[in-house]
Design a protein around this ligand. Structure first.
Ligand SMILES: [Zn+2]
Length: 388
């Protein structure tokens, strides 16, 4: 028995070692890998201790003190600090790494990348941007540019964002056309708010040139045309939009109807909206139809306003559709419509016939003395949400 145990004790590490060597097929790399063995070991330790951060940090601090040259330990420690929200300490660890003269280029880039992530997590966006900029030309180049793009978007610096996305696209990381078009749209709106109409028009032209089929630049262009009094141009732009994205009609339905009426195209718009209404029941389309009804003599072969509202309510029992039915004149025979209205009201009311915890906002159909969400006592008022 003792003999067996002895073999097991010797055999296991040997088998482990052989497997480890076999996993590094290149014998030339073996020597280097052997030097890095502690590194790999501690990386594993880092993963193992993931769920025990306090103990891991104690162990790492001790190890770093014993062997201050081990870059890998510094990385593990810095990451742990960042994950715990101790950003100052994470920054110090990574800055310490960057100051070391013996650090290779790859590890230097890695430390720089970690430092940039520390700054993002700490909310120091200017410093994060500067740290990411240092990574140009390194293995983290693309990652750093993506991070800088999202930083620029977060700080609403749309010009930098557009430039960054353009450079990402140029480096072959996929198409950023739609995103860049959004950046130009934001710039156009900003310029418009600042009263610079020429700049607004220019930015919008850039947006449309970047992504000719993207919906937002078309919608903005149509609104601009309508505002400038060019209803025909606005109507044509909406037509272009509906060619590429017919499902967006509810978003622009009232503006579309307005442009159509002003351009003398109400009949054509009626057909378009009615066809869409059959495929995509929507109260916004119903409102657009009401605008168009006022501008065109009602044709005998299309449902009238009351019937359209009832059809919508039947397809989609929402409170808005119920309102539309109540707004249209009801005939005594419309029993089905009344049942649909009742169903819509019941559905809408269910969301309001609940009790809500005053401490955490947890909602439930029944009253609780102890909140199941935050476990507070007596935080549910005795009144339902709709009675508050
Ligand atoms: Zn609660």
């Amino acid at each position: 028995m003792e003999f067996d145990l002895q073999w097991l004790l010797i055999g296991l590490p040997i088998a482990f070692g052989l497997g480890w060597i076999a996993s590094r097929l290149d014998i030339g790399q073996w020597k280097r890998a052997q030097r890095e063995a502690p590194k790999a070991y501690f990386q594993g330790l880092n993963l193992l201790l993931n769920e025990q951060h306090d103990k891991a940090i104690d162990a790492f601090i001790e190890a770093v003190q014993r062997d201050p040259d081990t870059a890998e330990l510094h990385f593990a420690l810095g990451n742990l600090f960042r994950r715990r929200g101790e950003f100052e300490r994470a920054v110090r660890v990574h800055q310490h790494l960057l100051q070391r003269a013996d650090l290779g280029a790859a590890d230097r880039a890695r430390a720089q990348h970690a430092l940039a992530q520390d700054y993002v997590k700490a909310g120091l966006l200017d410093r994060a941007e500067a740290a990411y900029r240092e990574l140009e030309g390194t293995a983290f180049d693309i990652e750093a540019r993506l991070a800088r793009l999202s930083l620029a978007e977060r700080s609403r610096d749309w010009r930098t964002a557009a430039e960054m996305a353009g450079r990402l696209e140029a480096s072959g990381t996929g198409s950023y056309a739609n995103r860049i078009a959004h950046h130009w749209c934001e710039l156009s709106l900003q310029a418009g708010d600042a009263g610079d109409d020429a700049a607004a028009a220019e930015a919008l032209r850039n947006a449309r040139a970047t992504a000719p089929h993207a919906p937002r630049p078309l919608i903005l262009a149509a609104r601009r045309a309508a505002k400038a009094g060019d209803a025909a141009a606005a109507f044509n732009l909406y037509g272009e939009l509906l060619q590429h994205a017919p499902e967006l009609l509810p978003l622009v339905a009232s503006d579309y109807a307005g442009a159509a009426i002003a351009a003398g195209q109400a009949a054509a718009a009626r057909t378009t909206v009615l066809r869409r209404l059959e495929q995509q029941p929507s109260v916004d389309l119903l409102h657009a139809m009401r605008l168009l009804d006022g501008a065109t003599p009602a044709a005998g072969d299309v449902p009238d306003a009351a019937e359209r509202a009832q059809r919508l309510l039947h397809a989609q029992p929402t409170l808005s559709a119920a309102l539309a039915v109540l707004d249209a004149p009801l005939h005594a025979a419309d029993e089905q419509a009344l049942r649909d209205v009742r169903e819509a009201v019941a559905r809408g009311a269910r969301a309001l016939q609940r009790y809500r915890c005053a401490a955490c906002g947890f909602e439930a159909p029944q009253h609780f003395w102890q909140c199941p969400g935050c476990l507070s006592w007596d935080t549910f008022p005795p009144r339902r949400v709709e009675e508050l």
